[in-house]
Design a protein around this ligand. Structure first.
Ligand SMILES: CC/C=C\C/C=C\C/C=C\C/C=C\C/C=C\CCCC(=O)SCCNC(=O)CCNC(=O)[C@H](O)C(C)(C)COP(=O)(O)OP(=O)(O)OC[C@H]1O[C@@H](n2cnc3c(N)ncnc32)[C@H](O)[C@@H]1OP(=O)(O)O
Ligand SMILES: Cc1cc2nc3c(=O)[nH]c(=O)nc-3n(C[C@H](O)[C@H](O)[C@H](O)COP(=O)(O)OP(=O)(O)OC[C@H]3O[C@@H](n4cnc5c(N)ncnc54)[C@H](O)[C@@H]3O)c2cc1C
Length: 666
């Protein structure tokens, strides 16, 4: 079959104005990371055991067993190839299938590392690393998820036997949602209310064995299972999100994770001299990883939509000649290029957040807790911002691919279904933004007391200027000045935060004001998070970046990211008086020019993500652009096309046709 579309991507690639190889290194983070990532992606792509194109057609049981097989193959290959932790984690990533290994390595192990004493780590981590036990993380209950202090499960110390009794006192206290819990995990870190000497002492983590290591049956007192089928075909249904009820299950005292709080043999509760929020540490860690992951999911959707938009042609020719590539339509560009820019923006802010997390961890180890509130606000806020934008963007990419985007073979429906719970898990996005708002209001009220803001709120120290400044932009080109862009973002965020703090003070109590103004507070929190992303992107493009034209492309993307946000939130920029309507128009004009500049580079900018066709899993996003032949081949492989005459013809089609014939004779 002759496929004209293949040439389109080759043509597109020939137009690139930058060194794609160098951009690949920038995207990966370093040459070393690029090499590891590339090698692992190829290993997965070339192994038929990791095939995933049939996932959306499998029933739940088959799908789950298929995932178990893949996870076992991951462990086998990691051992055979003697992969390092970094390599094995990339290998799992490219297998691209949610499974119990994510929770074992992503939450169970970090919970023990973060909250266990050295002795406990020495006992449990080798077992977990060798996978002699499989663990998960059970915090959420049927009745409470966001409100962690509202959890009902109890861990009552029994000094007679030196044990804790783990108990679920009500249906709403059943643990509900933990991934890996339903069918696989042998162990779990359970979050429960510590009770000793008849008194409650707060929420802590406890390691509980769930299933026999001999025959996998639940241990006495444990009722356990899967919570049921979830949204979408394939998607997150590969995971056994589970429920568990504990009926007075006894565990040894030293199974409580005791780094921050110790219970003695006599039942005395000794709190270490650390903030009690340290027990939330695993959530902070995972939120930080979710920010990095957002850029992967977003870039994957954008890669599919950009390549397909270069292949797809509609209208534009009066004489039946060659039609216009949909990527050339300004409307398509204005929907797609900001998403491309956001993928790069999230990649860089994700890298920065990793650094921030490493920094705060180092300080915590030296008993310096001063940056913990900021680390919490940044991880919570950026988790919320990046996952919300990414989930919406995947759906937008589906629409950008027209009708074919709705086919499972486009890869986009499953990507959306698997990604969208990121807006909920590890903290509902609105609940997390309210945490950021709380931090901002506190920062603003401390300003009044003469306290200098630090870290990501340093800009608020420039209070007088930010409250009064008027943007100096008087031409479209002025919107390419980092100082002009940053000032507008900082002024908007600061003015929104100050207005919230001021309005809250008018209520009888701060709590009442906070509750009533929570809509405004969420907007202020988003504005602050956008300051962080924009300033990190600007910082990145001001560095030395090797490779012909690479820096120039990143500058274009950086300004697209910032200016599309000014357009999107123009109401806020205008109502806070940070810019005038004329300046908003100039920003839009500049944005249109930038779209024109990115256009010839768009395909190469997504090539720089270096995704294999296996990872993309999309007929529309293939590297070679052979879209139509692939769509057709995949349609032929659909189970419905196994027979020409469908199952059910005799029972349900033939009688209807016969009946219609009878009726027409009447
Ligand atoms: C296919 C998979 C794709 C992607 C996965 C990608 C990567 C992940 C990698 C590995 C993981 C593997 C798989 C992931 C998939 C799914 C995993 C999902 C796991 C879960 O969902 S686990 C459950 C998560 N649950 C939550 O997040 C609950 C949310 N709720 C909370 O965090 C809190 O309860 C709260 C913060 C909303 C409120 O808590 P509170 O009532 O105690 O607090 P207050 O509001 O009163 O605040 C008091 C005080 O404490 C400060 N604070 C709050 N939280 C923290 C914190 N975490 N750290 C530091 N400080 C904190 C707060 O600021 C207040 O301070 P102040 O000074 O008094 O103002
Ligand atoms: C796919 C998936 C995997 C998960 N994996 C795990 C896991 O491994 N381990 C685990 O322990 N948990 C897990 N969870 C549970 C997850 O962490 C919780 O669902 C999440 O924290 C949200 O809590 P919730 O369900 O109680 O939502 P709710 O808090 O009930 O939210 C419902 C609505 O109420 C709103 N709301 C709640 N509180 C407030 C407030 N104070 N102000 C304003 N609005 C509010 C929310 O914005 C939301 O719109 C998983 C969930 C999913 C979907």
């Amino acid at each position: 079959m002759v496929v004209a579309s293949v040439d389109n991507l080759a043509d597109e690639r020939s137009k690139a104005q930058f060194d794609v190889g160098a951009m690949k290194i920038v995207w990966a983070g370093s040459k070393h990371v690029f090499d590891v990532t590339d090698r692992m992606a190829r290993i997965v792509a070339s192994d038929p055991e990791f095939r995933k194109d049939n996932r959306t057609t499998l029933g739940r049981k088959e799908l789950f067993k298929n995932t178990l097989r893949k996870m076992a193959h991951v462990v086998k290959r990691a051992n055979e190839l003697r992969l390092t932790e970094e390599e094995a984690s990339k290998l799992r990533f490219f297998v691209d299938e949610p499974g119990y290994l994510d929770l074992h390595w992503g939450m169970f192990v970090p919970a023990i590392k973060g909250q266990g004493t050295e002795e406990q780590q020495e006992k449990w981590l080798p077992l977990a690393s060798r996978m002699e036990i499989i663990g998960c993380y059970a915090q959420t209950e049927l009745g409470h998820g966001s409100n962690v202090q509202g959890l009902e499960t109890t861990a009552t110390f029994d000094p007679k036997t030196d044990e804790f009794i783990i108990h679920s006192p009500s249906l709403t206290s059943y643990k509900w949602w933990p991934g890996g819990l339903g069918k696989v995990s042998t162990h779990v870190v359970v979050y429960a209310r510590l009770v000793s000497g008849g008194q409650e002492h707060g929420i802590y983590g406890f390691i509980v064995q769930l299933r026999s290591l001999d025959d996998h049956t639940p241990l006495p007192g444990i009722i356990i299972g899967d919570i049921g089928t979830k949204f979408g075909s394939g998607a997150y249904n590969t995971m056994d999100n589970g429920f568990v009820c504990f009926n007075r299950v006894r565990i040894p005292r030293n199974h409580m994770l005791m780094r921050f709080c110790q219970v003695t043999r006599e039942g005395n509760v000794c709190l270490s001299d650390v903030p009690k929020q340290m027990v939330y540490g695993t959530m902070v860690y995972v939120r930080q990883t979710i920010v990095s992951d957002a850029s992967w999911a977003l870039s994957r959707a954008v890669c599919i939509a950009v390549r397909y938009s270069a292949i797809r042609r509609q209208f534009g020719s009066q004489d039946r000649g060659i039609e216009t590539q949909v990527l050339d339509y300004k409307t398509q560009q204005s929907r797609l290029f900001p998403l491309l820019a956001s993928a790069y923006a999230f990649r860089f802010v994700g890298e920065w957040l990793k650094w921030l997390y490493a920094d705060v961890t180092e300080r915590l180890q030296a008993n310096d807790f001063s940056t913990l509130p900021e680390a919490h606000a940044c991880t919570a806020g950026l988790k919320s911002l990046t996952t919300s934008v990414t989930a919406d963007a995947i759906e937008e990419c589906r629409k950008l691919c027209g009708g074919h985007g709705y086919l499972c073979s486009s890869g986009l429906p499953e990507l959306f279904a698997v990604y969208v719970p990121a807006c909920t898990y590890e903290g509902d996005n609105v609940v997390l933004l309210l945490q950021v708002a709380r931090f901002l209001v506190k920062t603003v009220s401390r300003l009044a007391a003469g306290k200098k803001p630090v870290g990501t709120t340093t800009y608020m120290g420039n209070a007088e200027h930010l409250m009064q400044c008027k943007s100096s932009a008087s031409s479209p080109e002025d919107w390419l000045k980092p100082s002009v862009v940053l000032e507008a973002f900082e002024a908007r965020a600061f003015r929104l935060a100050v207005a919230c703090a001021r309005d809250i003070s008018k209520f009888s109590t701060p709590e009442a004001g906070f509750a009533e103004l929570s809509i405004d507070l969420v907007e202020a929190a988003i504005a602050h998070c956008e300051v962080i992303v924009v300033s990190r992107f600007i910082e990145k493009v001001q560095q030395d970046i090797p490779g012909d034209g690479v820096k120039e492309q990143l500058q274009i993307l950086c300004f697209i990211y910032a200016l599309h946000l000014i357009h999107k939130h123009s109401g806020e920029f205008l109502s806070t008086g940070c810019i005038t309507p004329e300046q908003a128009t100039l920003a839009n004009e500049q944005l249109r020019t930038l779209y024109g500049q990115v256009r010839p580079n768009a395909v190469s900018l997504v090539d720089a993500f270096n995704y294999t066709d296996h990872y993309l899993g999309s007929a529309l996003g293939r590297y070679d652009g052979n879209v139509y032949a692939t769509l057709y081949a995949q349609a032929l492989r659909d189970p419905l096309n196994d027979t020409v005459v469908p199952d059910g013809y005799e029972e349900f089609i033939r009688p209807v046709l016969k009946q219609t014939m009878r009726l027409s004779r009447l």
